[in-house]
Ligand binder design. Structure first.
Ligand SMILES: [Zn+2]
Length: 285
């Protein structure tokens, strides 16, 4: 199979029908560089071509492998991680699983979201399921490590976030017309679920002794700020709503900033989980 024999036409937004203007076609400020009605082979090999989704594909594909590399590094060198029990290591690895689900589903969405409308809807649901899994996997390890002295609290927080994330997944698959197709609704729902993490965060200030509690707090707040910046870029199409520059269709548009801030937040959260492991081991003495 020679990808050079394939044809990769790019169209402007005006060529895309109104009903198809969902997902990657929904941004009214991206005017050109669209792949449209590609078959499987065209979509797959378009990973090697420049279009308005190239950076979105590669950014999360690179993050997928970076997440694995970061975990391998910790399992190889970090004495705190190495001293954990098998169960504790599994809990620590839940976050890796969530990250991989999120980055993989996002990469697949951005790569193949240029075929039929049905495929596009399915990929979007998978993408949201990946994001929901990442949210759940972000909550579980720090709750487990920080609230290790109080089973009731720890289990209560874990059950609440599990129910919230299951609701997100339920809405994604069974309330599509409202949840998946209504941009403001899903952005709001996801933001509320993520922001609910502030409650155990402030609670942790009373559980973890100083100065470590402030280190954890600083990490979590930095993570939230990164997510918030990403959500603002994503929700309000920043910067392309303000700047009309042809190259923005390909480089530095809002969705790329969203990916950047999500990846940054994911890395900060990873560092925070490592700190929570230090506290966990310290509290076991
Ligand atoms: Zn994306």
């Amino acid at each position: 199979m020679n990808p050079n024999k394939l044809y990769f036409p790019l169209v402007t937004r005006s060529k895309i029908t109104k009903e198809q203007r969902t997902n990657q076609y929904s941004n009214p400020y991206i005017k050109s560089g669209y792949r449209y009605k590609y078959n499987f082979r065209q979509s797959l090999f378009s990973i090697l071509r420049l279009h308005n989704e190239t950076i979105n594909i590669w950014s999360h594909l690179v993050c997928f492998f970076l997440a694995i590399a970061f975990y391998i590094k910790e399992f190889a060198n970090n004495t705190s991680v190495l001293s954990l029990s098998f169960t504790d290591k599994l809990i620590f690895s839940i976050y890796l699983f969530g990250c991989l689900m999120c980055f993989a589903n996002s990469t697949i969405l951005h790569l193949f979201d240029c075929g039929s409308l049905e495929l596009s809807k399915l990929l979007l649901k998978l993408d949201f399921t990946g994001i929901s899994t990442m949210i759940l996997s972000s909550f579980l390890p720090p709750l487990y490590f920080v609230f290790n002295k109080n089973d009731l609290l720890r289990n209560s927080y874990m059950i609440v976030i599990l129910v919230l994330v299951l609701l997100l997944i339920f809405f994604t698959w069974f309330q599509q017309s409202f949840f998946v197709n209504t941009r403001w609704a899903r952005t709001l729902f996801y933001s509320v679920v993520v922001a609910s993490g502030l409650i155990p965060t402030f609670h942790a200030l009373f559980v973890v002794p100083s100065p470590l509690c402030w280190v954890l707090f600083a990490y979590i707040m930095s993570m939230f700020v990164s997510y918030l910046l990403g959500v603002i870029c994503y929700a309000f199409y920043i910067p392309e709503r303000w700047i009309r520059w042809d190259k923005l269709d390909y480089y530095f548009h809002s969705h790329q900033w969203w990916h950047f801030f999500v990846a940054t937040a994911a890395y900060i959260h990873f560092k925070m989980i490592l700190k929570s492991i230090d506290y966990y081991l310290y509290s076991q003495i």
